[in-house]
Design a protein around this ligand. Structure first.
Ligand SMILES: C[S@@+](CC[C@H](N)C(=O)[O-])C[C@H]1O[C@@H](n2cnc3c(N)ncnc32)[C@H](O)[C@@H]1O
Length: 297
């Protein structure tokens, strides 16, 4: 039976988004935010888990040494059996209304919509990112609601739990292909898509960015690309999106922390994109970008 290492640090609420981004940069798959504390779970069957925990520890110590009010000494550090891990996770994760339209519902919860217009995205997020509650996912859902007109051929890069793919299908996009570099996320996304009949025709491909997207999917041109990924991954993705997107096509991008907003904006403009809308939630940003009709090749 798999075992998870659960490590918890005391982190004040106002610093949590920043520390979460540091932990994700250092390799954390998902970070659970709690009252004044952050918790990571490392699957001990995955190679390098001890080195990753050490890296988080060093990262937090550096932040503490810089004078940030985080406590780098963990307040909890213990091994959990997978059954305990799953039950803890289930206690923490409940149906959550993310936008007026979308509510993310864990597959184990009975939930009655409050309004007829509410659409339910059923998820068992397991170990993949994307419960819908992270500000970057919420920004992407709002951006999707703003732009989708229906029928768009779409790629969801870094699909995680598959949450954006399901929402996009509810909104009426056409063919949709999702990618993720992490094999566990690919499997989780496939399982979650199967829980949402609206997304039954979505294909999921294990791929570094769009490298392994079949050419017959992209060669007629893509109308919409979604990516909620960290900055170091967005930068190499921009030229790939530029190459596959039709003129007039849209690129919705999030995962952009305050400190890299200008750099990403500049890179998008240098590649020929027009930023039509900037969105922000706490210290996270998202852009709705369009490749203009008159863009030069
Ligand atoms: C922040 S999560 C976003 C998940 C989901 N799309 C959402 O919006 O909630 C980023 C996802 O991108 C994936 N990812 C990171 N680097 C990638 C790459 N080079 N190519 C494809 N996927 C990548 C991660 O495995 C993770 O599932």
């Amino acid at each position: 039976m798999a075992t998870y290492q659960e490590v918890t640090w005391k982190v004040p609420a106002e610093l949590q988004d920043f520390v979460v981004s540091v932990l994700i940069d250092l390799g954390a798959d998902g970070v659970q935010q709690g009252d004044q504390k952050l918790t990571i779970y490392e699957d001990q069957s995955k190679e390098g888990w001890q080195e990753r925990v050490q890296a988080y520890q060093i990262g937090l110590r550096l932040l503490e040494e810089q004078g940030l009010a985080v406590q780098s000494k963990p307040v909890g550090n213990e091994a959990l059996s997978s059954t305990t891990f799953e039950n803890e996770w289930k206690n923490y994760y409940h149906a959550s209304r993310i936008t007026n339209r979308f509510t993310v519902v864990p597959k184990w919860e009975e939930y009655q919509p409050e309004q007829a217009s509410e659409q339910l995205i059923v998820m068992d997020p397991d170990k993949a990112f994307g419960t819908g509650t992270h500000p970057t996912t919420a920004l992407m859902l709002q951006a999707l609601e703003t732009v989708v007109r229906g029928g768009e051929k779409t790629i969801d890069v870094g699909t995680g739990s598959g949450v954006l793919a399901v929402a996009a299908k509810y909104l009426g996009v056409g063919e949709l292909l999702a990618t993720d570099i992490d094999a566990a996320a690919v499997q989780t996304a496939e399982e979650n898509l199967a829980l949402n009949p609206v997304a039954k025709d979505v294909q999921v491909v294990a791929s570094d960015l769009m490298q392994d997207v079949p050419t017959d999917f992209i060669n007629t041109g893509i109308d919409l690309v979604l990516a909620n990924i960290l900055a170091d991954v967005i930068l190499p993705l921009i030229p790939q999106v530029r190459q596959v997107l039709k003129k007039g096509g849209l690129f919705l991008v999030s995962g952009i922390y305050d400190d890299v907003e200008e750099e990403i904006e500049q890179a998008l403009q240098d590649a020929g994109f027009v930023i039509e809308q900037k969105m922000q939630s706490t210290t996270w940003h998202a852009f709705i970008c369009r490749l203009p009709e008159d863009v030069t090749a």
